[in-house]
Every structure is written in C-alpha cells, then in structure tokens.
Design a protein around this ligand. Structure first.
Ligand code: COA
Ligand code: AMP
Length: 633
C-alpha cells in the first residue's frame, strides 16, 4: 500500500487519531476535550473545548520561535510600481495596532467586520486583527457592485467596515469610497464606522461623522494582545454564490481551520516553513483567505500578495517575473490565468527570459483544468502541474495529488484522488452509488474533515437544505463527476445554477433576479455557456412584456448595464437574446439544462416533460442570432 492510500484510509477509519495528530502542530491555550463531536448531526464540531488564537499561531508564535526577521508578506504591485517586504515582526506590530484601532471603535469578540479592500497588505492586516480580538471578518471581493456589498452588510450586520480609497485594476483606478457609500446607504443595517485606508493613487473624501482614516485610527491605537477563543468560535464568514440572489454565508471556525490548513501546506503543497508560496488570487475569494493569508502564515512561509494580472501588468511574463524575482517555490492560481498567458504568449517567449530554477510546482483550481491548458503548462514549465478541486465551503482541497505524502501519476483532466479526510462518492439521483466510469452527482460522506463549513451564518436551516438534507448522510457538492478505473476523480461541472467565470463563482439565479427587475421583462433565464478563455460566460434569454416600447437592442444594453451595476463587472454578462417564450416543463419549470446544451451546441434530447417542444427550435434560432461561437474566440 502506498503512503497516500495508507494516510487516506487511516483518515477515514480513525479521523480522531488522524486529526488529533495534526492538531499537535497548533499552539493551544487549552487543549480540546474531544477531536470530533458528532452529537448533533448533521452539524459536526471539531476540537470542542479547545482554546487558541489563529492570529497567535500565524504571527506571534513565529516571532517567539525565531522567525521575526523572516519576510511574512511580499507585496508585489506592478500596478503601482511598489514591491514591499514585511517581516513577521513588522506584520505583528501592524496587526496588533490595528486590532487596537478596532477595539477603539467598540469591536469586541463575536462582532462582525466587513473588509472591502483591494490587494494591499492592509487587507491582510485587517483580517488578522479581527482574528486577534475574536471578531468575525467577512471579506467582500472588491469587484462586487454596491448592491452585492449591501446584501452582505445586511446579512453579516458589521459593526465596522474596513475599506480603501481605491482599487487598481490593470490601468484603471477604481474609486472604492463612492461604491462603499452607496452600499452603506442601500443597506438596512446601519454601520457605526468605516475605516478607510487612503491610497496615494486616489484619496477619498471622508465624512467625519462615520468615517475615519486608517492612519488616524492606528495613530490613536495601542498594541493589543491575542484573545483566547474557542476552537468552535467563528473566525470568518465568506459569502459565496448559490442558486439565488442571496449568497450563502459560509462560516469558518478557528480550531479545525488552523489544523487543516497547516496540515495541507506540507501534505498537499509539499512546502516547508520559510519557503515562498504564492497564491495568485484575491483576498476576496476563499483561495485568498486560505492560501494567501492563513495557511502560508500558519506554516511560517513567506506569502506573495500580488496586485496585478497575469497579462497586461505589464505583459504575459508577469508571473514568471514574480516567481524568479522572489524565489517562489509553489504557485497556485486558476486555469483561466494560464489561458490568458497562453493566449498572449503561446510560444512562451516571455517565460524564456526568466530563471525559474527554484520553482517546484504549479497548483491550479477554481474551475475545471481543461487538458489543453494542462498540457501547455506542463510542456512550458517541465514541472508538476497539479489540478486540485475544492469549494468555498470546504476552504481547502477535497481532491488533489498530495505532493507531500506521495506524488501519484498525473492524469490530464483529473484532480487525482480525494484528500485524506474526504470520503467522496458518486451517486445517482436516487442515492445509489455509481460504478467507476459512470458519471453522477458528487457527494461527500459526513462528517467532513476539520476546516470545512460547520454551518451557514445564522442559518442552520439553509445549511441543511443546501448541503445535508439533499442526500441523507452526505454533503452535496453541487458538482457532477465520476471515478475512472484507477480511482481517479473527474469533476465535470456544476449541476446547479452556479457558474464559473474566469475562476469567479457566480449565480445565474442572481443575474435572473436583476434582469427580472427591468420594467419590460416578463421572464428570463440565464445559463452558463462554455468559453475557451473564461471557462464559462453567462447568456441571457428574455421574454418581454406585451407592448414594450423600446427596441430589443436598447433593452438588452440596459440589462447588460444593470448586471454590471448591481452584481459587478466580474459577472461578464454581455450577451442576451429576446425570445417569444422559454422552454418549460408542463409544471412550469424552466428547462435551463436543455437551454444550456443548445447554447453550448451540444446534442440534446427533448425532455419528456416539456410543455411545447417547438420552443426549442426558437431557442436554437436565438442562439444562432447571438453568434456565440464568435464570443468564444
Ligand atoms: N475590482 C473591480 N473590478 C474588477 C475586479 C476588482 N477586484 N476584478 C475584476 N474586475 C473587473 C475587471 O476590470 C473587468 O472589468 P471590465 O469589464 O470593465 O473590463 C471585469 O471585472 C471582468 O474581470 P475578469 O473576468 O477578471 O477579466 P479580465 O479580462 O480583467 O481578466 C483574467 C481576466 C483571466 C486575467 C483574470 O480573470 C484572472 O486573473 N483570473 C484569475 C481568477 C482568480 O484569481 N480566481 C480566484 C480563484 S483561484
Ligand atoms: P469556489 O467556491 O469559488 O471555489 O467554486 C467551487 C466550484 O468551482 C466547484 O464546485 C467546482 O464546480 C469548481 N471547481 C473548483 N476547482 C475545480 C477543479 N479543480 N476542477 C473542476 N472544477 C473545479
């Protein structure tokens, strides 16, 4: 039996010993009473009774044990021309001062703090400062529009919001303060204070009644010690897209999260303390939470915080420049970033300019790694290209080639095998387990390992409905896939209304809610269509009300703008067709699956439940009129 198989089987047969051993790497103020508490299924708790502080484990512990002078964060910002290196000691000071600033604003243990920031070190400082005082942070991706931010404000009910004067997206400077103000005005929950980090590229006008500049807040603050929190206390909430316009508040606890993430650094990513680890993502996404901030710092690595793009900042050699300049050992990003590089530099001309001898492996996640991109990256790098599959809900990989346990042969198109702790099964709609080779619904037998979501924020019921009541005894992933004859897992895509656009998880349901608000729209459907570059793109089909006065093109242009304003530019909603009717079942359910197949140019069978099959021809014509093949280029 290989080392991977041994670890995997042990993790399922005796999770308490397995994760109890991993917990030895964490500094506890009080040791937990039990490793796994399964007394309230389907809610599971890890390390109950244990007390720790995640910020202590990520910063203070390293300073106390000799890593104070090691660089904790390399901030590399081609968009501002800044490269800054912050040691563990310096980061600790910044964090403990900002923790003091939050305390001065009345933030106490259990309060929520929303962080709406670009990729600057202060975002990391704010997150860790919350962890230090037991406040629950909720980072909202800077690319979301004010309406999305307002939805999160109303659900998380923050005492304080931390933001910055602007973000920089390639060549564009985006003023954040007006977006924040609009969100704060729209939200029903009233926020006591906004702390704004003034960036020199564009300062914001502050309203002294409820805004305070970061610098002023810190100037008045004193350094603050770590608070003891329970392992089961929430560390953060991250909102992620589900089937509707109301995103799900995924909760992350302190204890299980610290244990799992620290374990993952060696066992999955095969890095050592002191190594330079780079997750080219955004702190607003789960990858940013776990692998820009928490995991590398818990493990004593140097993490790279990159404020730039894979291309255009300034060229498709940007990633190779960062890797060689900072001695990056492991890069983690989304396949779409590599497709962007491949598109602009297919021959790897820029790659050849840099010395990447210290680079060991590339990890990709966030969407399916298509075999073309896998082969291109492998041929260019001559290093392992590791696809791994995970979700915001799990917070760390469900399936991967666990490079630090045993490197298994890599197969294009597969994220290899389930990671220890995850009992992944493929079932059909009746819950019957599928044979290898048969595609089905991907579920994970409960309990999930530590670090995964214990519940949804203030919504145990929604947690059950979305994840554990679908198939009793299992966590429902929302993905479809299969195992091959060698037990390799293949994840083929979502089977719900979630789509993945350039590695960004978005809800077609949320887009439909926005479109439905247009006064001329009677009903609509948004489906995700395959795109060679961004993985998927949303396409809308709208039925207009009788007597709509405007021309169809004008209405579509308004819909495009509405999605941009209310969800954000990241939705990349640019295509829609006006149709006379939508295909539905006899009971009135829109046949989105069939529409998606038609839009993707796949062969489809006419569903037996369809009300009027003739409508499918109309959809085919609408798709042809959109020229979607041209969009895919
Ligand atoms: N703040 C404000 N706007 C943002 C933003 C942010 N943080 N992030 C993206 N946007 C905007 C972009 O400027 C763009 O606006 P535009 O329509 O006015 O041009 C729009 O949202 C779409 O962005 P995106 O889909 O990212 O396209 P892009 O062409 O700017 O970049 C990639 C394409 C592939 C380079 C980029 O998506 C990328 O690096 N993706 C990696 C994904 C990733 O990190 N995923 C996280 C999980 S690993
Ligand atoms: P997010 O919650 O944003 O991380 O998105 C999670 C979803 O992205 C998953 O449910 C999958 O649909 C998709 N995904 C993430 N990683 C992979 C992968 N390696 N292969 C296939 N799909 C993936």
């Amino acid at each position: 039996m290989g080392k991977y198989e041994e670890a995997y089987l042990q993790s399922l047969a005796d999770p308490e010993t397995f994760w109890g051993n991993a917990a030895g790497a964490i500094q506890w103020y009080r040791k937990y009473d039990s490793v796994l508490d399964d007394s309230a299924q389907p809610f599971y708790k890890w390390f109950t009774g244990g007390e720790l502080n995640t910020c202590y484990n990520a910063l203070d512990y390293h300073v106390e044990t000799g890593r104070g002078d090691q660089t904790a964060i390399i901030y590399d910002s081609p968009v501002t021309g800044v490269i800054d290196k912050i040691s563990y000691r310096a980061l600790l000071k910044k964090v403990s001062l900002f923790a003091g600033a939050l305390k001065n604003e009345g933030v106490v243990k259990g309060d929520t703090v929303i962080i709406y920031m670009p990729m600057i070190p202060e975002a990391v400082v704010a997150m860790l400062a919350c962890a230090r005082i037991g406040a629950v942070h909720s980072v909202v991706f800077g690319g979301f529009a004010p309406n999305e931010l307002a939805i999160r404000i109303d659900d998380a009910k923050p005492k304080v919001i931390v933001s910055a004067s602007c973000g920089i997206e390639g060549k564009k400077t985006i003023p954040y303060k007006p977006l924040l103000d609009r969100a704060v005005d729209t939200a029903k929950h009233k926020v006591a204070r906004c702390i704004i980090y003034q960036r020199p590229q564009m300062e914001a006008a502050l309203n002294p009644e409820h805004d305070i500049a970061w610098g002023d807040a810190v100037a008045k603050a004193s350094e603050t010690e770590c608070l003891h929190v329970l392992a089961t206390d929430p560390l953060y909430v991250i909102y992620t897209s589900g089937s509707t316009g109301m995103p799900k508040g995924v909760v992350r606890d302190n204890g299980g999260h610290a244990v799992a993430l620290k374990w993952s650094m060696k066992n999955i990513y095969n890095v050592e303390p002191g190594d330079v680890f780079w997750a080219a993502s955004d702190v607003g996404w789960v990858v940013g939470h776990s692998y820009i901030v928490y995991a590398p710092l818990l493990y004593g690595c140097t993490t790279v915080l990159y404020e730039g793009k894979p291309v255009g900042t300034p060229d498709p050699g940007a990633f190779w420049r960062v890797i060689s300049e900072h001695g990056v050992k492991t890069l983690f990003t989304a396949p779409t970033a590599f497709r962007a590089i491949k598109k602009e530099d297919p021959e790897g001309t820029h790659f050849k300019k840099y010395d990447l001898s210290g680079f060991k492996s590339l990890f990709l996640a966030g969407e399916r790694l298509d075999p073309d991109t896998f082969h291109w990256a492998t041929n260019l790098l001559h290093k392992p290209v590791v696809d791994h599959w995970w979700q915001t809900e799990t917070g760390w990989p469900i399936a991967a080639n666990c490079m630090g346990i045993e490197q298994l042969p890599i197969k294009a198109g597969s994220p290899t095998k389930p990671v220890p702790g995850y009992d992944v099964k493929i079932i059909d709609a009746n819950g019957v387990e599928q044979m290898n080779g048969e595609e089905g619904i991907v579920v994970i037998k409960l309990p999930l390992p530590p670090g995964t979501l214990p519940t949804l924020w203030n919504n145990d019921m929604k947690y059950r409905e979305s994840y554990t009541d679908v198939f009793e005894g299992y966590y429902f992933t929302g993905d479809g896939g299969f195992y091959d004859e060698d037990g390799y897992l293949y994840i083929m895509g979502r089977i719900d209304d979630v789509i993945n656009v350039a590695g960004h998880r978005l809800s077609t349901g949320a887009m439909e809610e926005v479109i439905s608000k247009h006064p001329d729209v009677a009903e609509c459907a948004v489906v995700g269509v395959a795109d060679d570059f961004k993985g998927q793109l949303p396409v809308g089909f709208v039925v207009l009300k009788e007597g709509a006065a405007k021309a169809n093109d004008a209405i579509i242009a308004e819909l495009v703008q509405m999605i941009r304003d209310q969800i954000g530019a990241v939705a990349c909603f640019r295509q829609a067709a006006v149709v006379a009717r939508l295909p539905k079942t006899r009971s009135g359910k829109i046949l989105r699956g069939t529409m998606r197949k038609i839009t993707d140019g796949e062969t489809y069978s006419v569903p037996s439940t369809i009300d009027d099959p003739a409508i499918l021809k109309e959809i085919e014509e609408a798709v042809a009129s959109l020229g979607i093949a041209a969009v895919k280029k």
